[in-house]
Design a protein around this ligand. Structure first.
Ligand code: LRH
Ligand code: MN
Length: 430
């Protein structure tokens, strides 16, 4: 029988910290009510907020140089689902996971859906993979996939994406995320226009196989693994593709996929305006696509992004229904701890954005009272909303302090016994 954290452990821990938590929650509630904000209304919204966990994130990540697996590494999708369920059990913020194929391939997806249901985890968008050559694959993606110069390779990539849709249907998913590594390393290596035509041709064949209630998320990325040109390199190209493919296509923003210092919240505002914001792959970065823990480097940027999302929701922006997912690589921490903390940091940015006094901000902006506008904006960001996050968890049966309960449970040590270590170190992101 594989170890699960007993819910009683959460109850005991919450009971121990209840008095301090209630005191903090009460104090914040009194402070917020002085500015006309009813704390329980905010907590209710936060409790309903969810972000999906990437199945490829629960194992230790690595770089091209090395990967240093930790104890109790998940051996396959069933172990990954167990770990996703543990993150959900303690945070109550991650009811779904986002699978990746063929990394999560199994022979019976009906059985997988049952196992996931039994663990209390659902499936968000499925991710296709035409950036690696799978064992036994006929044609290589070395020179591209959906935009490859050879029709046979494009057709192989299209077939893989259609297979991902069919798998997703069995798992109860309703979206396909398509990120392709296609690009070039040398000027002249590829025709920058023709590769986009081939990509659109391939994508329209995938689009034609989308079930009525499905969406396709196009994920842009500035560079890596291609370092001269990338076919879907930025939001503009992604929007051109989505608008030419059809209404079920939209643009997914991975926070790490932009040039340094790009104003990502403005890109988000433009995609919302176009009614084509698919959602997010949340992470953080300092240099490139570092896939660091969300909110660990630039929490103010995350807040600025959520300010655009809350503003859009408040004004009822047409077609506004973004999917929230984490996409990180945990090279030096316990992935479960990183994913729990990151899910909470996403909730934190959302909560802070809910506290922006929008009518007052709008008046200050209209009056060009720059300092007042900035201070009103910043005031929400500097509010410590930790008691609201903890209360939202507690009301959903989660832990006031998920990391403390996780450590007290010795879950990782239990898994180290259950999951014999795979010999030898390797490199690569998963
Ligand atoms: C590409 C990416 C994409 C995933 C992969 C694991 O950098 O962000 O979303 O498929 O990471
Ligand atoms: Mn991503």
């Amino acid at each position: 029988m594989s170890y699960r954290i007993p819910d009683a452990l959460i109850g005991e821990a919450n009971a121990k910290s209840a008095a301090a938590h209630d005191d903090d929650y009460g104090a914040l509630g009194r402070r917020l009510s002085r500015s006309g904000v009813e704390i329980d209304a905010v907590t209710a919204k936060v409790a309903a907020f969810a972000v999906a966990v990437p199945t490829w994130g629960v194992g230790t990540g690595g770089t091209r140089f090395a990967r240093f697996p930790g104890p109790g590494e998940p051996r396959g999708i069933i172990d990954k689902l167990e770990d996703c369920a543990t993150i959900q059990q303690l945070t109550r913020a991650t009811p779904t996971c986002s699978p990746h194929f063929p990394w999560d391939k199994v022979s019976d997806y009906g059985e997988l859906a049952e196992r996931a249901k039994g663990l209390g985890v659902g499936f968000d968008a499925v991710n296709s993979n035409t950036f690696q050559d799978a064992p036994g694959q006929k044609l290589s993606y070395k020179f591209g996939s959906l935009s490859h110069s050879e029709k046979t390779v494009r057709e192989q990539a299209v077939a893989h994406n259609i297979e991902c849709i069919e798998i997703g249907e069995k798992l109860g998913s309703t979206a396909l995320t398509v990120w392709i590594a296609d690009g070039s390393n040398f000027p002249g290596q590829s025709n920058l226009n023709r590769v986009f035509d081939w990509y659109l041709e391939s994508l329209s064949e995938i689009y034609a196989r989308l079930p009525a209630n499905w969406r396709v998320f196009l994920e842009h990325k500035l560079c890596e693994p291609a370092f001269y040109s990338t076919v879907i390199s930025d939001w503009g190209t992604s929007l051109m593709a989505a608008e030419s493919i059809g209404p079920k296509a939209s643009c997914l923003v991975d926070l790490g996929h932009h040039a340094p210092n790009v104003n990502i919240e403005q890109i988000v505002a433009r995609l919302i305006r176009a009614g084509r914001l698919a959602g997010f792959h949340f992470n953080d970065s300092k240099y490139g696509d570092d896939d660091l823990d969300t909110g660990s480097i630039d929490p103010f940027r995350l807040f600025r992004v959520f300010n655009e999302l809350v503003d859009a929701s408040a004004r009822g922006a047409p077609g506004f229904d973004p999917a929230y997912m984490l996409d990180q690589s945990h090279n030096v921490t316990d992935p479960i701890e990183s994913l729990m903390v990151s899910a909470m940091e996403v909730q934190r940015a959302y909560t802070q954005a809910l506290l922006v006094d929008r009518p007052a901000l709008e008046r200050a902006q209209a009056a060009n009272d720059v300092m007042l506008a900035h201070r009103l904006f910043k005031a929400a960001f500097v509010t410590d909303v930790s008691p609201i996050l903890a209360e939202a968890r507690r009301r959903r049966g989660g832990a006031i302090d998920p990391v403390a309960v996780y450590r007290a449970s010795k879950y990782r040590a239990h898994k180290a016994k259950e999951r014999p270590a795979v010999a030898g170190s390797s490199s690569g992101i998963v």
